[in-house]
Design a protein around this ligand. Structure first.
Ligand code: GDP
Ligand code: MG
Length: 176
């Protein structure tokens, strides 16, 4: 196989408090770092991984901000080649925000398809569940995105979600 080391730019987006930072840090460090909920910290991380026998250097943008930072959003969307769309199963409004985010991404990138994975986070909090798994799956299907329930706290499926996204970005690059 060819020794290549492609770069991918990924952005983690979603409403405040859904666990974007926790998921990013879980993926990058394999730890759950409870920094408390700080909605304003935006950071980017680099990580090298091997997926399907191919190395890739990731630059991951952990986005931060709600309405007041909406102006930033266009920059994130231009930056990303793939998007992890995160909501929390404990907060219905975060689920409802996803289709709008997805639309904004397509609009800013002026594409009819952009690689995205829907990550429904905090699945460890089953007793506080406000969004059914089937609803999540349906919504993701409408966006043509894989759906993955995960928990940054317990380290469930976070790697799976990022790896799925890396594969989608790769496939999309081959199409173009
Ligand atoms: P962000 O605003 O989307 O970056 O959210 P954070 O990553 O800062 O997480 C918000 C809060 O939810 C923090 O208190 C986290 O510890 C907590 N949290 C994040 N992911 C999980 C998870 O999978 N399960 C549980 N129980 N709490 C989580
Ligand atoms: Mg954050």
């Amino acid at each position: 196989r060819a020794i290549t080391n492609k770069e991918q730019k990924l952005a983690v987006v979603g409403s405040g408090g859904v666990g974007k930072s926790a998921m990013t840090i879980r993926f990058v460090t394999s730890q759950f770092y409870d920094q408390g909920y700080n909605p304003t910290i935006e950071d980017s991380y680099r990580k090298q991984v091997v997926v399907d026998d191919e190395a890739v250097t990731l630059e991951i943008l952990d986005t931060a901000g709600q309405e007041e930072y909406a102006a930033m959003a266009d920059q994130w969307y231009s930056f990303g080649g793939g998007f992890l769309l995160v909501y929390s199963i404990t907060d219905r409004s975060t689920f409802e925000a996803i289709p709008g985010l997805h639309q904004d991404i397509l609009r800013v990138k002026d594409q009819s398809y952009v690689p995205c994975v829907v990550a429904s986070n905090k699945c460890d909090l089953g007793r506080l569940r406000a969004v059914g798994q089937l609803e999540g799956r349906d919504m993701a299907r409408r966006l043509s995105a894989p759906f993955i329930e995960c928990s940054a706290a317990d380290g469930v499926n976070v790697d799976v979600a990022f790896r799925e996204l890396i594969k989608l970005v790769r496939r999309n690059e081959k199409r173009m």
